[in-house]
Write a protein that binds this ligand. Structure first.
Ligand code: SF4
Length: 223
């Protein structure tokens, strides 16, 4: 693993690349954000935004989601992957919001994570984006980037990735860094085809070096 100093230098480079990174899920309040994050599992934010444009017009409160049959809700979100499970989770979430918090989204990690269908990542995103509390949610992009850069080991779990990043990045930057790492993973260090050839971090990135070497070898072989 790279040193804390080196890791922060790399995170600073990423921050310079994406200074305006922010949450791309469209929402007007903490409840809509929670629903959007729940829908975004294994799905792009763009697709979620397409669906929530009409979804949030039809459903404004937890009661609205509970009033309709599960089939109707499934139909309203059916262009999103895993829509059957997600519809079930939305219903469970709405029920627990009403049962435990008077229909309001709570704003502590512990209370958020007590809700059905809400895990650590969702709670972190809601805390940071909706309530402006320092939080560093680790999604698939953040995890991949952190491991490729050697900030974490490949075998580390999501909690270990979060702990290491929170240890390295000053607390007041956690929320912004979360979005910057996501943008870096989404638009630059892409899962299938990272842009190693134009990456300012290539020199310090073992994964990038490996990929470039393999690419050169392939080109050489084809010649
Ligand atoms: Fe990602 Fe490649 Fe840059 Fe490494 S060199 S951070 S793998 S894009």
């Amino acid at each position: 693993m790279v040193s804390k100093k080196k890791a922060l230098e790399m995170i600073d480079v990423i921050a310079d690349m994406f200074p305006d990174a922010e949450c791309e899920l469209k929402h007007d309040n903490p409840f809509e954000l929670t629903i959007a994050v729940l829908l975004s599992a294994q799905c792009t934010d763009n697709l979620v935004n397409k669906v929530t444009r009409s979804l949030f017009k039809k459903y404004k409160t937890p009661e609205d989601y509970l009033k309709v049959d599960i089939e109707e809700l499934q139909n309203d979100i059916k262009s999103i992957g895993l829509y059957r499970n997600k519809a079930k989770n939305i219903k469970k979430l709405c029920q627990s919001l009403l049962d435990q918090y008077g229909g309001q989204v709570p704003h502590t990690h512990k209370d958020l994570e007590s809700l059905s269908g809400v895990g650590r990542k969702t709670a972190n995103v809601v805390m940071s984006v909706a309530f402006d509390e320092p939080s560093l949610a680790v999604d698939t992009h953040v995890e991949r980037v952190s491991k490729r850069l050697g900030i974490n080991k490949w075998k580390d779990n999501v909690k270990q990735v979060e702990e290491r990043l929170c240890d390295i990045i000053p607390k007041e930057r956690w929320s912004k860094s979360h979005h910057q790492l996501i943008f870096f993973g989404r638009y630059h260090c892409i899962a299938r085809k990272p842009k190693c050839d134009i990456c300012p971090l290539l020199e310090d990135c073992r994964e990038g070096q490996k990929r470039m070497k393999a690419m050169k070898k392939e080109v050489g072989t084809n010649d």
